[in-house]
Structures are given as C-alpha cells and as structure tokens.
Design a protein around this ligand. Structure first.
Ligand code: SF4
Length: 214
C-alpha cells in the first residue's frame, strides 16, 4: 500500500516540461524539513491506497504525462513499484525527488528531476551526492532552489564540480518563493554564462501560492 496525499490533474509547473498537461501523484511523508518547504501538508495524513487504485485514478485523468512527487516520493518503497507500473503501461513518468533518497533502483524509463539542497534550505548536509552521478543527459534534470546569494554561489560550485551542464538534460535554477528578488537572480544567471535555465513555479502564478491540488 502507498500513502497518498492527493492525485490530481493540472499543468506541469516546473522543469522543461512546464506547461504540459500532467497528472500528479503526490505521496505522503518526507524525511527532510527544508525551511522554505511549500509542501508541509504532505508530512502527515494521507490515504492508504493500493497501486491498483492509484493506477485507476491516473488512467481516469487521461494524461500521458504523470509526475510522482511528494513530500519525498522515494521514501516509500512501494513508489518504485508504482513507477515501474506507470512505465509498463506507457505513461511518460517524471519523478520529483528531494535528493536525500538514493535513485538507484528506479525504473530506467522514468525521468528524474533531482533537487540539490542549498545551504539556506537547512538540509544541504543530507544531499546524496551519488544521485548526481546517476543523472542521464538525455532525460534527467537537476534543480537548485535559491533563497539567497550564498545559495547561488553554492549552486554554481556544485554545477561545476559535478559537470552538471553536460551530465544533466537541464539544470534548473528556481527562486525560493518570496525569498529572493527575481531580477537579482536573473542578473546573476545571465552574467554567469552557465548553460542553466531559470524557472518560475508556473502554477503559483496562475493559482496562487497557497492553493493545493493544482
Ligand atoms: S524535500 Fe521537498 S517536501 Fe521534503 S521538506 Fe524539502 S521541500 Fe519539503
């Protein structure tokens, strides 16, 4: 059984897939506590559902693109089986993971969007660096949420150290909501010359930052 906070259909708000219709399977629970977390409602509660029941809801929404997210979806062992089922049934599968749990053992057909936690999150010491070595340039993306200038310098150092511009399909630079001046971040990115992509959380601009299930 999986513990599920919500399953809903919306548009993808982040990554290079932003704007595409997508079904989201948001699993309950996370071992981390990022100070700017916008998903604290996933930490507790949720509904116990079988993989069959999750698959039935996903099929009912009728989107070919499915994101498995959280919380930290990979903290539930059964998530790996769900992801394999989704791939077997022909869905294009995105995994949004916080970078603490190992991605080893994930179905190779799924596309990983991997967070690297920066210092201002309070969870930087818990990054599993081996996850960066598993990134595949044809499909996986890596994301840095930036809350201040020190985070930006940290992100640049990790991008260079792990050669992420060639190792990942995309390097995403995302401002922590309400924490940083967007123009400052845009200027830093532009001046860096790095092959990275600034991304805004599209769903928050459309529906507002507090609305769940979008
Ligand atoms: S990893 Fe994600 S869900 Fe977990 S605390 Fe950090 S931002 Fe929130």
């Amino acid at each position: 059984m999986l513990r599920v906070t919500e399953i809903f259909r919306s548009i993808q708000g982040e990554s290079t897939h932003a704007g595409r219709p997508c079904t989201f399977v948001r699993l309950t629970g996370c071992p981390m506590r990022c100070v700017w977390c916008d998903s604290e409602y996933t930490f507790t509660g949720g509904e116990h559902m079988s993989i069959e029941a999750v698959m039935a809801q996903v099929h009912a929404f009728g989107c070919n693109l499915v994101e498995v997210t959280g919380g930290e979806p990979l903290a539930q062992k059964e998530a790996f089986e769900l992801i394999e089922r989704l791939c077997n049934e022909g869905f294009e599968v995105l995994i949004e993971t916080g970078g603490y749990v190992s991605t080893a053992g994930l179905d190779a057909r799924a596309k990983v969007i991997l967070d690297v936690k920066c210092p201002a999150s309070g969870e930087e010491p818990r990054n599993d660096w081996s996850n960066l070595e598993r990134l595949r340039a044809d499909r996986d993306e890596v994301k840095f949420v930036i809350a201040d200038e020190a985070d930006w310098h940290y992100a640049k150092s990790v991008i260079e150290k792990y050669d992420l511009q060639t190792r990942a399909h995309a390097v995403l630079i995302s401002p922590a909501w309400g924490q940083i001046d967007l123009q400052h971040l845009a200027n830093w990115i532009a001046a860096s010359g790095l092959n990275v992509r600034m991304q805004l959380q599209l769903h928050k601009y459309i529906w507002g930052p507090e609305v769940k299930g979008v």
